[in-house]
Design a protein around this ligand. Sequence first.
Ligand SMILES: [Zn+2]
Length: 446
Amino acid sequence: MFNARALGAFAAALLLAGAAGWAEERIEFDFERGPLDAQWEAIGPKLMASRQPVVAAPAKGGPAGSGLNLSAVAAGGAFTKEGVLPADLSKFDRLEFWVHRSEDEARTRPQVDIEARVTGKDGGRFWRRVPLEGAGWQKVSLPLHWFRWGQGRLPDWEHVDRLGVWLRGPSDLQIDGLALVDDDAERGAALAPADVIDLAFKVSPREVRKGASPHAVVAGDAPELDAKQLAEHLEQVAKALDDELPEFSEGPPAVLLVFANDDDYRAFTPRLGERLGAEAPAPQSDGYTLHGVATAAWNPRYGTLRPVYTHEFVHAYLIPRLGYDNHGDWLHEGLAARTQLRFHPQPGFEKIVQQGLADPAARSPLEHLANGRPIPVQRYWQAATLVDMLFASPKYAPHRAALLAAIRKAGSAALGPHLRSVLETDWAELETDWKQWCAAKYGVAN
Ligand SMILES: [Zn+2]
């Protein structure tokens, strides 16, 4: 057994096969030839990786020759080195590999989780949890379009750097036949609107209504939903965002799903989570965006232009454009709330702002509000007005594009790191400016 730094051997093969028109393409690692460390490296001081003869090779077509042994006493993984993979994996459909656990391993650790990971140079990461149970060989096949996003910057299948297997904790296993496979010309790695619409409504007993505009895809099974009208409305929302954020206008159309009733709406997020190999609790709020998919339920009180549809659409639209996932932070929620207010003015909003200004207990210090962590719904008004000032005031608006670029690069909405360098201010000055901005726009409570 070698130390991780001196790995064994592997082979990568690009196989073009198939006679009739469409050729299957694979990037395959069979660990048969060449020095392993030419293309693989181990991450983590407590992980040993080596090339070993395949144990108890199963039937034809499975693991053969040698494989990659991974032995971890703490979290760690093995990854392809920079430059081994093409940067653009967007045409590939799935990642597959064989994995073997010994009888001993299965006895000691009845169930372990490993992760398949694909990372980008900028730190963005796709990943997928792979639970392993029992002993012997099993084949794992993971559709790329159901990979999750890592923390921080959003990953992108067209700008990939490395591929690997991550062991979350102590574990011993052997891997062989690790391959990226493209055998469906129509598929590819991206999650398509049809994938989530299928997942949402395939089992619905009701007719599914769909509407699409250049920047919005709407689908819902509520009988009274006017999906076309909603898609046209959301197109106006997208246009308003593009007009204000022209540097961030490029990205895919955003998907909004409108469920006929609350139960179906709340049941969907756990289902989407499960498809992503994750556990996602049922949402408590009227709308929810998970993995860039906006969801809400039909409510006859509001009809087709329910304000929460606009709110969630803004999340789904801006996540790929701002380049980081919505964590319920001040920027995502502030932008969603501010845009919602613009298209669906809320009577009494002035009063909320006035009360917030008058009562320190009804607002948060901006240093706390804008630390990048989730904010409570009771502070959405504050996030909306902060975004408003940063985007529209003569003092801060000139820094808007630079601020968003810095946030995108950091993969986090934490405002602190950019206060001096981008906004040329500090928390105290920002707080004073914000109070003045609100007082001038919304008045002061008597
Ligand atoms: Zn929100």
